[in-house]
Design a protein around this ligand. Structure first.
Ligand code: ATP
Ligand code: MG
Length: 223
């Protein structure tokens, strides 16, 4: 069932400056903080690991009804564009619509913005179609200014709203300042390197997140 208005008005798309940057952990923290549902539309690499959906369900301690199965699951640890043909799968990107829910929705992308889904569609195109504001997960350390500003540049060029950046890793006030000053978006949260990644540490971080309402109000107030 298609429920685009719910998708558009009460959710975020969590993307990152890179693969492995912390999107799943941040998605779990936000889902916990906002009592949100979770959906990863495109999951690759399940030949090697179970995928992000069970991780988020575990980390955010979510009821199964709040966790929506991926629309596409592919074996190879490759971008969807490369993994799908290996299994004879054709991804219908126009069929990727948000699951129906009355809860807020946290949607997690695969890799970063310019990951190809098919010959005609990049991850950033899917974000634009789903019309969700973006949470951009960035590493906190050296190199993040360039990666983050490039990602923000691409999002701005595509006309996609950015609700905020989440910096993941040991806090760097200087990098935070640079991202806010040159990127023109707020760093909505910083998540330090956690000694243990489990439901307890996710709940502790969730308690430190801003509310979804405050994030959306700040976005709406931005020029
Ligand atoms: N702040 C942190 N503290 C400790 N471990 C972390 C932190 N952030 C991420 N990790 C760990 O780093 C690994 C990669 O993080 P994660 O899976 O969230 O990245 P991702 O961006 O979702 O990757 P993918 O592109 O594969 O979806 C995981 O093992 C995760 O638990
Ligand atoms: Mg992930």
């Amino acid at each position: 069932m298609i429920d685009t208005p719910t998708c558009a008005h009460r959710g975020v798309f969590v993307t990152g400056t890179d693969t492995g940057v912390g999107k799943t952990l941040i998605s779990a923290i936000l889902a916990k903080a906002w009592q949100a549902d979770y959906w990863k539309p495109l999951q690759t690499g399940v030949a090697d690991e179970p995928g992000d959906t069970p991780s988020v369900a575990f980390l955010a301690d979510m009821a199964p009804s709040r966790v929506h199965a991926p629309a596409v699951v592919l074996q190879a640890p490759l971008p969807p564009w490369a993994a799908a043909p290996l299994e004879g799968v054709r991804i219908d990107t126009h069929a990727l619509t948000c699951p129906a829910t009355h809860a807020p929705l946290v949607v997690e992308g695969a890799g970063g913005l310019l990951v190809p889904i098919d010959d005609d569609t990049m991850m950033i195109d899917l974000i634009g179609r789903l019309a969700l504001p973006v949470i951009l997960v960035a590493r906190s350390g050296l190199g993040t200014i360039n990666h983050t500003l490039l990602s923000l540049h691409a999002l701005k060029a595509a006309g996609i709203a950015v609700a905020g950046v989440v910096m993941n890793g040991p806090p760097s006030p200087s990098n935070r300042l640079a991202i806010e000053r040159f990127g023109g978006v707020p760093v909505m949260a910083e998540v330090p390197a956690l000694d243990v990644v489990d439901a307890g540490s996710v709940a502790a971080m969730a308690a430190r997140m801003p509310t979804l309402a405050s994030v959306m109000e700040a976005l709406a107030a931005r020029p």
